[in-house]
Design a binder for this molecule. Sequence first.
Ligand code: ARG
Length: 277
Amino acid sequence: MKKIISFAIAAVMLFTLCFTVASCNKDDNVLVMATNAAFPPYEYVEGDKFVGIDVEIATAIAEKLGMELQIEDVEFGSIIGGVVEGKYDMGMAGMTVTEERKKSVNFSDTYATGIQVIIVKDGSSITSLDDIFEFNSDGDPVALKNPDVKVGVQQDTTGDIYSSSDVTGWGLCDVKEDGTVTKDRVVRYKTGAEAVEALKTDKVDMVIIDNEPAKSFVAANEGIHILEGENEYAIEDYAICVAKENTELLEKINKALKELKEDGTIDKIVGKYIKAN
Ligand code: ARG
């Protein structure tokens, strides 16, 4: 009998312990944001602090939600997976809304726009898209000017996704209909800064990346510039991603974003980091 009782007590204790651990695992009052803090002016590290547009908007959202913001700096490509698994409550990383990503996560209303641009070295033979692609009379790319061209990107970003496609999809790779890549001209780096470093040391001929980080990298490095004019590669919307089942948080985020847009907070934050030209 004694044995049975102590077994029962032990079982109850174990159950309570598991239950508390499971529910305390994530503090309800902490909003965990996954980002990749190598993407100025949206998120970067200054001293020992995370700063940038996304960081400030997220702080303002957390404040509205009565929560404390906790930032996890991870590889860009692991943000969505971590949000799906419930490791992070949300992903905010100058993240572009794409149909493919929407299959895994939900996106909030958009809070910013990004444009994919091309960075080259000063004096590069690439001065416009016409130096990269051969176009047909409809203006669609049909071939590459230089079959040995190499492009640097941050891995798993839209710059990577675009350039990894076939020429007819504005990419730089040879891709068979079944998706097999027969020639990969994309060099994928952990951060945009590493891709820029590769450009400076002639490991790649160009870098495709979002315009505002591009401007930051160009300002911080001599001898490189953004292809100006009609050379924008793609226009994108940035939003916060949340796990599909977490509709309650998504609604709260959208409500907060709406208020922050309406009262001018978002414009103020953006204006602090991006000076109008
Ligand atoms: N907008 C691009 C994308 O969603 C690049 C984002 C990269 N962000 C970052 N924090 N490194 O794929």
